[in-house]
Design a protein around this ligand. Structure first.
Ligand code: ZN
Length: 316
């Protein structure tokens, strides 16, 4: 029997709330700007310091996110908050730069079929767009961080297999084109912990400090296991959405992102600091659940609440 070395977990981890973008874009209910502002204010009060607040896409495509500029303007008033937005192209990036987003994410789908269906561009055309966005950012003098998010990194409902070598090639190409950071996303819940270990190990070798974030969907119940696998490699930033809302229009039946409250619970119960107050987060979840009455919600912690052991640790 061989002895496996114990993983070195990070002392701190950052959870980026993406419910206001990834979550709401796949839900029919349109949440008012006033409620989004309440959501942001309470998420910030609960200790979240990175939030994806919306997407600069034409309002006719995503009416749920048509108020992104207003939501971002409010987010910028919250001290210490890094507000991210998603942009599909250079036009959206101009909007994000003008509005002063702290970070913009350009999604790239490593699956050729998913890329054409979702963005109507090949993955390499998206890489070229990152080059144009970098030039625009540098010319504008904005401090906005540019993140290239490589999605369908573990497979895709349209194409099936997505080869790891292609994912890594595109990640390198995004960095070469001027991305400041790169991330990996399991958009449709095809990953498993072993596959995460294999791909993330290589991604970290390529991107080093420029590797930013793991984004796991819980489509088949493995989001937390996959986050754990990345955590073992030292990845310390994860996307998640409150109540696990989210999905993908090209992934039928897809349940949402990793639930923020469950992920924070896992991290804190492992002794990894997140700076987030779980009782406050659960109170916000209850409010969001009211606003989204009738929509499918996910997550587990809210049913049973916090165990006494963690409650004592939080009080200490
Ligand atoms: Zn997602």
């Amino acid at each position: 029997m061989s002895i496996v070395p114990r993983p070195e977990f990070p002392e701190h981890a950052v959870v980026r709330e993406v419910g206001l973008r990834d979550g709401l874009q796949s839900i029919a209910t349109i949440v008012s700007t006033a409620r989004k502002i309440d959501w942001l204010r309470d998420a910030h009060a609960a200790g979240l310091r990175e939030i994806e607040v919306g997407s600069f896409v034409p309002a006719r495509l995503l009416p749920q996110l048509a108020d992104t500029a207003a939501v971002l303007a409010f987010a910028k008033t919250l001290p210490g908050l890094r507000a991210s937005v998603l942009v599909p192209n250079l036009r959206g990036a101009h909007g994000a730069l003008e509005a002063g987003a702290d970070l913009l994410i350009l999604p790239l789908s490593a699956s050729h079929a998913h890329s054409l269906a979702n963005l109507r561009k090949t993955p390499d055309e998206v890489v070229a767009e990152m080059g144009r966005i970098r030039a625009a950012r540098d010319a504008s003098g904005a401090k906005t961080i540019l993140e290239g998010g490589v999605g369908t990194a573990f497979g895709c409902t349209l194409q099936g297999e997505v080869k790891p070598a292609e994912v890594l090639r595109l990640m390198q190409a995004l960095l070469d084109a001027g991305a400041d950071r790169v991330s990996l996303a399991d958009t449709v819940g095809y990953a498993n912990p072993r596959a995460v270990r294999g791909l993330f190990e290589q991604a970290l070798r390529i991107a080093g400090d420029r590797f930013w974030c793991g984004h796991f969907h819980d489509t088949r119940g493995l989001a937390l296991a996959n986050a754990y696998a990345a955590l073992e490699l030292g990845v310390a930033r994860f996307d998640a959405s409150l109540a696990g809302i989210g999905g993908c229009p090209h992934a039928p039946g897809a349940s949402g992102n990793a639930a923020t409250e469950d992920l924070v619970f896992m991290l804190q119960s492992m002794g990894i600091a997140t700076g987030i107050d779980l009782p406050e987060l659960l109170a916000l979840r209850a409010r969001v659940a009211d606003w989204l009455a009738g929509e499918p919600l996910h997550g587990t912690l809210w049913r049973a609440g916090l165990p006494k052991t963690l409650a004592a640790a939080v009080a200490a």
